[in-house]
Design a binder for this molecule. Structure first.
Ligand code: GLY
Length: 331
């Protein structure tokens, strides 16, 4: 059976069976045993995200297990972190740039390859939702800065001060030395990238961040760049990144990983190759962190990072788990 037919048939085969009340007892292998070329089992629905953002995957799972689609799941999942003022690298409460401005980058991508992004967005907590409105309600893919902010107000988003007392106090302390030195797994972490597959087997992804703390004004990382911080191909899978965005952009990391899966690599193998490409370009550097996560059409997942300490949260019908990632540099 051709791959495209398999995907179509397996979607039909499972769509009617996976519903919230019977998720616990559903065995996805039963409905597709007649398909010869399929590596079993298929694991739908599923949500994964960078780092151990348990509240985010729980929210995504709430959407998916109620029969919701993967686009709503990833948007609502990452919104949890955007609203959490204790998360200082996403949304409200994010650490500012060197001039004290909190600037957000986000993107979202759906099963049809539609995508939207905002870059250098200020004064709006839910950058991912603005990105979704760009995708759905404009002829464009990306809006930046004041234009993105103005668009958000026109769509009813509320103006908010995103600089919390805590982040302001840290920035004030930082200004005394103004040293720009990202700390592995501390300053760079918390960008949330999320991938989900819904009961119909449709894949979506979202990525949102306040970027590097104390960055130059105007700096944009990988997170809102389709192909770098996030990429989804509904026939193959999806990938997303966290860490030092400059290095992810240089290799178009998420697109690379999806293309490697298209060529037959598992999500794990593809993530490992994605990190290796970055390390090959940085032979003399080891002082930065990047983590990738990936999912293929069957719901198999993988992750890989440069330094130990990265993990990803996963929610399936079996429950929620935080999965530590293997690293290029060994512990
Ligand atoms: N990965 C987030 C950033 O570099 O801005």
């Amino acid at each position: 059976m051709k791959r495209r037919n398999f995907l179509k048939n397996s979607t039909i085969g499972t769509a009617g069976l996976i519903t919230a009340p019977i998720l616990a007892s559903f065995d996805s292998t039963e409905s597709i045993n007649s398909l010869d070329n399929v590596d079993l089992p298929i694991q739908w629905p599923i949500a994964i995200c960078t780092w151990n953002f348990a509240n985010a995957t729980a929210k995504a799972w709430e959407v998916l297990s109620a029969g919701g689609n993967s686009l709503d799941a990833v948007e609502q999942g990452v919104m949890v972190e955007e609203a959490d003022v204790n998360n200082q690298t996403v949304g409200k409460g994010g650490r500012p740039d060197r001039d004290g401005h909190v600037t957000l980058d986000a993107c979202i991508m759906d099963k049809d390859g539609n995508c939207g992004a905002v870059i250098y967005l200020q004064n709006i907590t839910h950058a991912v939702s603005v990105a979704r409105r760009v995708m759905e309600e404009t002829p464009h893919v990306m809006l930046a800065g004041k234009g993105a902010e103005q668009f958000a107000y026109e769509k009813g988003f509320k103006k908010e001060d995103l600089l919390t007392d805590k982040s302001k106090a840290e920035w004030t302390t930082w200004k005394k030395t103004s040293q720009y030195k990202p700390v592995i797994n501390i300053e760079n972490h918390d960008t949330i990238g999320m991938l989900a597959i819904d009961k119909n087997g449709e894949i979506s992804g979202a990525c949102t961040t306040s970027g590097m703390a104390y960055k130059y004004g105007g700096r944009v990382g990988d997170s809102p760049i389709i192909g770098a911080g996030l990429f989804v191909d509904n026939e193959v899978g999806g990938a997303t990144a966290t860490g030092v965005g400059e290095e992810v952009v240089r290799t178009v990391g998420s697109f690379l990983i999806v293309e490697l899966m298209r060529q037959g690599k598992t999500p794990q193998e593809a993530c490992e190759e994605g990190v290796k490409r970055i390390m090959d370009k940085n032979k003399d550097r080891r002082d930065f962190q990047i983590g990738f996560i990936a999912i293929n059409k069957k719901g198999e997942t993988g992750s890989y990072c440069i330094h130990p300490g990265f993990s990803y949260s996963m929610y399936t019908k079996a429950g929620q788990v935080n999965k530590p990632s293997e690293s290029y540099i060994k512990p």
